[in-house]
Design a protein around this ligand. Structure first.
Ligand SMILES: [Zn+2]
Ligand SMILES: [Zn+2]
Length: 351
């Protein structure tokens, strides 16, 4: 087991070589962290829809690659020039790590950092090279994280230190689902107390929008999902009402619960038709939020009219919108104080 700062490490990882093909557990060489990089021993990793998009070939990001972008672990080694992180730190991994010095980063909009987009597009570290090799072959990083592996080397900007008492299997979810959902509620929609909210789709992100809305004091908070047995879970995460998404009159049901339409509607599945349904469930001047992977779509005329002529505003929520480095610790600290529904869930019913 090599431990010198410059030695590569032999690891096992799930490798995707062709779209639509099963992943295989392979032995790879993981290069030591270079300037501004950190090596993390992975303790837990989530499975997100974005991994599936890559596996199915819908993202078309470089292959072969090691998927996984929602993880947490313990810092093992740090490269030169890394400050504020030391071996032994418990960290959450963040995809789309900002460079910290471009005009967008300096303007407080790191989610728009073009250098972070390059990391994603090239399947490499910020210096353009990969730390992953299979024999003589380069294996690409996925979203700068690649945590379906025993260890990962990531940019230092891609780790956020979290309290050691936070279980890492729950901390991992902060890396994508928690921070995306709560960030959508807090940052993209900027929810205020008393605003009405509807969330279409109550998976990992949707549940965390619900709790973000609850923490922001929104009311009522309507959860819509086609799986009626999710109702109890949505209640734990802050929903005040549940609507079965299979109902033909789902828009009317939401309007009835929100006095004519919600102040903010979130679509958390990635289906264009459902995005239009979400918009139809809003009132004029509402916020309309969706993200995730979106196939090309010509919007219906009624959608364009509703969107453009009634001061409804689209609020892109592709990431936590503002800094994940700010939103992630806030989520963790809120969780540990018991103020975060997600925290109550892992402390009680979810464990
Ligand atoms: Zn994700
Ligand atoms: Zn930047």
């Amino acid at each position: 087991m090599p431990s010198t700062p410059s030695a590569p490490r032999r690891i096992r990882a799930a490798v995707l070589r062709e779209p639509g093909r099963p992943l295989a557990i392979e032995e790879l060489d993981l290069g030591a962290p270079r300037e501004g990089e950190v090596e993390v021993r992975i303790a837990a990793s989530g499975v997100c829809g974005s991994d599936l998009h890559q596996i199915l070939g819908e993202y078309r990001l470089p292959l072969p690659c090691v998927p996984g972008h929602e993880g947490a672990g313990v810092v093992e080694r740090i490269g030169p020039g890394v400050s504020g992180i030391v071996p032994g730190d418990h960290v959450v991994l963040l995809w789309r790590s900002p460079c910290g010095h471009c005009s967008y980063c300096l303007a407080g909009r790191p989610a728009l950092c073009p250098h972070a987009a390059e990391v994603r597009r090239h399947g490499a570290m910020p210096d353009g090279t990969s730390r992953l090799r299979a024999g003589g072959q380069t294996v690409h990083h996925f979203l700068g994280v690649s945590c379906w592996a025993e260890y990962a080397v990531v940019p230092a900007a891609a780790v956020v230190r979290v309290p050691a008492e936070l279980p890492l299997e729950y901390a991992a979810l902060v890396g994508c689902a928690v921070v995306t959902g709560i960030g959508a509620a807090w940052n993209a929609a900027a929810l205020r107390p008393g605003q009405s909210v509807v969330v279409f789709g109550c998976g990992g992100v949707g549940l965390n929008i619900l709790q973000g809305a609850a923490l922001a004091g929104a009311h009522p908070i309507v959860a819509v999902d086609s799986q009626a047995d999710k109702e109890a879970l949505t209640t734990i995460f802050g929903a005040t009402h549940f609507v079965d998404g299979r109902r033909a009159d789902v828009v009317e049901a939401v309007r009835a619960l929100t006095d004519g339409g919600a102040d903010a509607a979130f679509e958390a599945v990635g289906l264009p038709a459902l995005m239009e349904t979400a918009l139809a469930a809003t009132r004029p001047a509402a916020r309309w939020c969706w993200w995730g992977w979106r196939p090309r779509r010509r919007w219906r005329a009624s959608t364009r009219r509703r969107w453009c002529s009634t001061r409804r505003r689209f609020a892109a929520a592709f990431t936590a919108r503002r800094s994940r480095h700010a939103t992630s610790p806030a989520c963790c600290n809120s969780s540990l104080r018991g103020g975060c529904v997600w925290g109550n869930w892992w402390a009680g019913a979810g464990r």
